[in-house]
Design a protein around this ligand. Structure first.
Ligand SMILES: Nc1ncnc2c1ncn2[C@@H]1O[C@H](COP(=O)(O)OP(=O)(O)OP(=O)(O)O)[C@@H](O)[C@H]1O
Ligand SMILES: [Mg+2]
Length: 268
């Protein structure tokens, strides 16, 4: 399974496992903050795997409903039952709950989470028999948010933010670290060629950070660039395909700006 293979490739470059361990031992919930594609999901999955903790995950969007979290009534041969949502399930089992992109959720959904995450760690099943579900002591919650500049994200209400007192910031790694990460994903690669792509990616990231460009390439792209090189494509062509072409989405001026950067960095 390719997903599993990828998870074991995780490089814990900023000691996040240590912080997750401390938080887990003390029953503190964790928020991972960082731009897209910096390894937030991989970190959480790899941590759960290494500690052999069962993980329930949900990826939030505007379409996520309370019923996804809490559950829904069902009718089975005339009997009314209840299909537990992942929040209730993880609380009862005392598992790890991963709330991905929590700041993409609607207010009513967040309100329900708020109830579960406060110090009482319980939810009232108003959609079923009104019973109270209390979380096991081992229940552990990790959420991620993308910075507010990310499309579709909203500010997380302060009281919900305060439910996650341990915060891990996962930004783009340094060039050396990113090279190490990429080398976990490709087998036959030349450092010098990957570094050329990383220099370009970092130039584009810096330009995006000061709003000179609309888009900032992630680790997904730098890994893809290295994979194309491995497939025998030239550095310049790989750079155009992975880093350059996407900017035409914002028009020819934006595209040309990036193309000029690529030409200046790759025609030597
Ligand atoms: N530290 C790392 N070690 C190995 N691979 C990494 C690391 N960080 C990121 N990656 C790789 O980069 C890619 C993006 O990572 P991931 O999906 O975890 O990022 P993310 O922050 O969750 O992204 P998004 O915000 O878009 O959900 C994946 O292919 C992942 O394997
Ligand atoms: Mg993710």
């Amino acid at each position: 399974m390719s997903g599993q293979k990828e998870e074991s490739l995780y490089l814990d470059w900023n000691n996040s496992f240590e912080i997750l361990n401390r938080a887990y031992e003390k029953g503190l919930f964790v928020l991972v903050i960082g731009p897209k594609g910096t390894g937030k999901t991989s970190l959480v999955r790899e941590y759960a795997k290494q500690r052999s903790i069962d993980l329930e995950s949900i990826n939030f969007s505007l379409r996520t409903r309370e019923s996804h979290l809490v559950g829904t009534k069902n009718l089975n041969e005339g009997n009314i039952g209840f299909d537990e949502g992942i929040l209730v399930k993880s609380m009862k089992d005392g598992n790890m709950l991963y709330l991905d992109e929590i700041n993409a959720a609607e207010a009513d959904v967040l309100l329900r989470l708020d109830e579960a995450l406060d110090d009482r760690r319980q939810v009232v099943l108003k959609e079923s028999d009104g019973s109270v579900i209390k979380a096991k002591n081992s229940w552990f919650v990790v959420a991620t948010i993308n910075p507010l500049t990310h499309v579709g994200t909203k500010e997380l209400p302060p009281q919900l933010l305060s439910r996650f007192p341990v915060r891990i910031r996962l930004d783009y790694p340094s060039e050396d670290v990113e090279l190490e990460i990429i080398k976990r994903h490709v087998k036959n690669s030349k450092d010098s060629e990957i570094l050329q792509g990383l220099k370009l990616a970092n130039t584009l990231r810096q330009a995006a950070a000061v709003e000179e460009l609309y888009y900032s390439p992630s680790l997904r792209e730098t890994i893809a660039y290295a994979k194309l090189l491995e497939g025998g494509i030239s550095t310049k062509q790989a750079a155009e395909i992975v880093f350059g072409n996407v900017y035409s989405q914002w028009g020819n001026v934006e595209f040309q700006k990036v193309n000029d950067i690529i030409t200046s960095m790759f025609d030597t």
